[in-house]
Design a protein around this ligand. Structure first.
Ligand code: ZN
Length: 277
């Protein structure tokens, strides 16, 4: 069980996983409810009411092994993996794909096509560099079939490389351990703070210094969220992945009944994302 070793992350988000032997899945559990309950669920999901709120971040999504994994961070305008392209993922501008298994990437053309249909800005899709060429071919095939543009920006990112989502937010890929090439992502907040020696100086002076190219601020980055995608627990002992374990929120898949086996230090810090969209 992964979480026992995670001493640094403040919160661990367990996304529901259904192993062949682990009994009832989250999806089955939802479908077992009455039609009325399902309707109410749909309404709530549209409003985002079912999002978990952790460390100030709303988080939605689901993960059922072999079927669909998609986790969205609506306040950051991004999603991790696309699963079968659930409705709420479409409104996210940035998409980070962990690996090429169908349950993580299958909905990709639909995601791009639906954003085009709604006349939303073309999305930016970040994939492991090693699969970028295959993803390009995938889009070429779809564009040839339906004679559409499928406008998007595709970025190949290697482990250790960073992508700037916005001035105060960047994402770094980290190594995960799976049966095919895969990587996780760490979201960092980026803050600029005035260097002490410039503290108290008038604004106009600081502006002139900036214009002269003087570096008057220090940059501070904080690992906020880490998403592993599919991985064996080896990612925990990889020294290059220290920030994944230091992140305020770690999103990972674990076997469904593992929550009950958590040691006391982790109780109240682990949340299960089981409601889907
Ligand atoms: Zn996989």
């Amino acid at each position: 069980m992964f979480c026992q070793n995670l001493k640094h992350s403040r919160f661990c988000l367990q996304i529901s996983i259904s192993m062949a032997s682990s009994g009832e899945t989250a999806r089955e559990s939802i479908d077992a409810r009455s039609d009325n309950q399902k309707q109410q669920q749909k309404k709530k999901n549209r409003a985002g009411a079912e999002d978990l709120q952790i460390e100030g971040y709303p988080i939605g999504g689901l993960s059922i092994a072999g079927h669909e994994t998609c986790v969205i961070m609506p306040s950051l305008n991004l999603a991790f993996d696309i699963g079968k392209c659930p409705q709420r993922a479409i409104s996210q501008q940035f998409l980070f794909i962990s690996h090429g298994h169908m349950d993580h990437i299958g909905g990709l053309p639909m995601y791009v096509a639906t954003r085009g249909l709604y006349r939303m800005a073309p999305p930016t899709i970040i994939v492991p560099k090693v699969i970028k060429e295959s993803v390009e071919k995938l889009f070429e095939a779809h564009m040839a079939m339906d004679h559409s543009e499928l406008e998007h920006t595709l970025v190949g990112l290697d482990v250790g490389e960073e992508f700037c989502v916005r001035k105060d937010l960047k994402v770094r890929a980290f190594k995960t351990y799976h049966v095919i090439p895969s990587q996780g992502y760490i979201v960092y907040s980026v803050k600029q703070k005035l260097k002490q020696e410039y503290s108290g100086r008038p604004g106009a002076e600081l502006k002139s210094l900036r214009l002269l190219g003087v570096e008057i601020t220090n940059t501070y980055t904080t690992p906020e969220i880490a998403f592993t995608g599919d991985t064996m627990s080896d990612f925990i002992t990889d020294v290059d992945n220290a920030d994944a374990l230091r992140a305020k929120i770690l999103i990972m898949e674990v076997i469904e009944n593992a929550l009950s086996a958590l040691p006391p230090p982790l109780s109240g810090r682990v949340f299960a994302l089981t409601n889907g969209f």
